[in-house]
Design a protein around this ligand. Structure first.
Ligand code: PLP
Length: 340
């Protein structure tokens, strides 16, 4: 991609910075040369472990252009910590937090010139793949791995910008398996794909909110919140869903606004009742804060309020994006400035 290509007129995630950073793991040791290299295709053995047994995980975070033109990464250390947890859940040896952090910084610094102005950003995709050429290793971890980071200049995740989404509530199928819900592994996303495509086709829904066992959790790629002027409610953390870093940022911002926070189970009946008086939204690095205007559940289509983005939802979204783009004070130390 050239720096002139417009991320607002390209699908999310289809443009790339021209550098990447790559480390390898062989014989129990990580080797990171310590600098970004030009982006190029990999050559992988057809028996590569990740291609057969899904020994793969990744992260998604963003760098934002600041008012002085510099670029800063949002909540880098939280993503580093989550990726290390994901690699451990794959039963592989993670790199040190310092190495992973530096690898992300090196790739993102090399690609920083691709960062669009707000509301655009530079999406950061650290990725880990088991690379041992061994199709007999279905029940053993890969003995070799590759850890790399690429960047993608992005505009809006949902085509059409901030618009109220239509969400289908799936009460039969979970998003993924209970033991892998909090792991950011590609296998989870392909499991959520079928129900999401079915809901798009059958209900013209934008996303599926998974609520098996009458337990409202998250969509295929975002966490879920109920809110009104005073209260913010979201599912309490356990292994069943991804511990969103945007989720944690929103909870902190709401605390700073003296809102009442509830982290607990949300039954579908409560969600339905909430539609009559409150607001709902999704949160994620890609989605930022995406208002929900319509919910489809048990054969009924329910409009949330007047179907338009709610005031509290928009207030929280603005508070978050103002911190990310350096308009508001970064009082929790969430930004890591890059040296240009
Ligand atoms: C399944 C899932 N849930 C929630 C989220 C939100 O996590 P975060 O806010 O860290 O991006 C994501 C990622 O965007 C996700 O893929």
């Amino acid at each position: 991609m050239s720096e002139k290509q417009d991320p607002f007129n390209a699908p999310f995630g289809t443009l790339f910075g021209d550098h990447m950073a790559v480390a390898t793991y062989v014989d129990g040791v990580y080797d990171y040369p310590g600098a970004a290299v030009p982006l190029e295709n990999f050559s992988l053995h057809p028996a590569t472990h990740a291609l057969h047994y899904a020994s793969e995980c990744f992260e998604g975070l963003k760098a934002h252009r600041q008012p002085d033109g510099s670029v800063a990464i949002f909540r880098l250390d939280d993503s580093v910590a989550r990726m290390i947890r994901s690699i451990e859940k794959l039963r592989m040896t993670p790199p040190s937090a310092e190495m992973l952090r530096q690898l992300i910084i090196d790739a993102t610094t090399a690609n920083a010139s691709f960062t669009p102005d707000a509301p655009g950003s530079l999406y950061i995709r650290p990725t880990f793949i088991g690379t041992a050429p061994n199709i007999g290793a279905a029940a053993t971890p890969s003995t070799e791995a590759m850890l790399y980071c690429i960047n993608s200049p992005v505009g809006d995740y949902f085509a059409g910008g901030v618009r109220p989404l239509t969400i289908f509530i799936e009460t039969d199928m979970p998003r993924t398996t209970p033991q892998f819900g909090s792991v950011k592994s590609g296998a989870n996303y392909v499991m959520a794909l079928g129900p999401t495509l079915d809901a798009k086709r059958d209900h013209v829904a934008d996303q599926v909110l998974f609520a098996s066992g009458d337990d409202v959790t998250e969509t295929g790629a975002a966490n879920f919140f109920l809110c009104d002027g005073e209260r913010l409610i979201t599912r309490n953390l356990d292994d069943s869903f991804l511990h969103g870093i945007t989720r944690s940022s929103i909870l902190q911002i709401a605390r700073d606004m003296d809102m009442e926070i509830e982290e607990r189970s949300i039954p579908v009946a409560e969600l339905r009742a909430w539609a009559e008086h409150g607001e709902m939204f999704l949160s994620g690095t890609a989605a930022v804060i995406a208002p929900i205007g319509t919910v489809i559940t048990q054969g009924e289509t329910i409009t949330i309020g007047d179907g338009q983005p709610g005031g509290t939802t928009l207030k929280l979204r603005e508070a978050l994006t103002d911190i990310q783009s350096g308009i508001s004070e970064d009082k929790h130390g969430w930004l890591t400035p890059l040296n240009s």
